[in-house]
Write a protein that binds this ligand. Sequence first.
Ligand SMILES: [Cu+2]
Length: 339
Amino acid sequence: MRNIVWKVGLVGVLALGIFAGFAGSRQVARAQEMQPQTFFVQAGGLGPGNVEVLAFAPQSLQVHRGDTVTWAINSFHNVHFSEGPNELVLMQDVNGQQMPVINPAVGLPTIENGATYSGGDANSGLPAGPDAPKTFSLVMDLEPGTYSYICDVHPGMAGVINVVADDQAIPTPAEVAVQGATELLGAIGAGTGAMLQLETTEAQATDTGVTVQAGNGGTGRTTVNQFFPFSATIQAGQSVTWTIPEDSVEPHTVSWPAVRGQDVAPIAVEGGAPILALGPTLLPMTQSGAEVAAGESFSSGLFNPGQSFSLTFTEPGVYPYVCNIHPGMNGVIVVEPGA
Ligand SMILES: [Cu+2]
């Protein structure tokens, strides 16, 4: 299965390269006339074994004024020309109730897909639901200079666009696409090495049960979205504590059953902009430390690097679980009868 994902991904990268090659050769002829060109940037990428790259690739590129940059939004990312990172989740009063909501400065677009960007703060907004467009484009109507942008969801995920003078030669869109693919594949390779090592992880015993590691740390802009170990065994009445390493770059959930693609739930507010509440995918539904009996559903909601989430399993049985935000990130707890 992982092999298939890997091959499909590779075919996709090759297809992109070939497509960009065609586009590139046509643009060589046009270059004399200074026709605007379109450059592709990958926003994140996925490799085998749920290795995910949290970077823009290429991280940096050169364009001329009037060129278009199109980002492939490969996961839950935004493209934000912003002074600094913005908090993803805020507690807010919504119709008289305190609830966690997506920071509107992150979630809501301030510039339309396909619009002209002429500087200042501009945000694509977050992909709202499974039918959200998978690309985001801006026409760069900018003076020569360096323009930085970030993904607010993943601190450290940042890219740069260098606008250069009209008479300065720059890499073709094909070369930029190949550069992006090379950066992604390099990061995926590093993550795959880490993943193979982590798959030998055993559950750590504690006084009350075991710990399971959610994701990983220490691999820079690459994260391995798996539970280590995949399967852990405890006795009835014991607990499992999931932890995300402090130096990880990705939040997760511990959930059953799975809820997919409902990260954001727009709520109408009278006389104001709609609020982006956390959807069932991210919303905490179970308190850490709660007891779970056979057949019960649970979800930690989003928890972050350095944080933990625990459940106590009171009845023998087999308890599968998933991370709601990373398809294919799943695990199982086997609960044996107590002594
Ligand atoms: Cu996850």
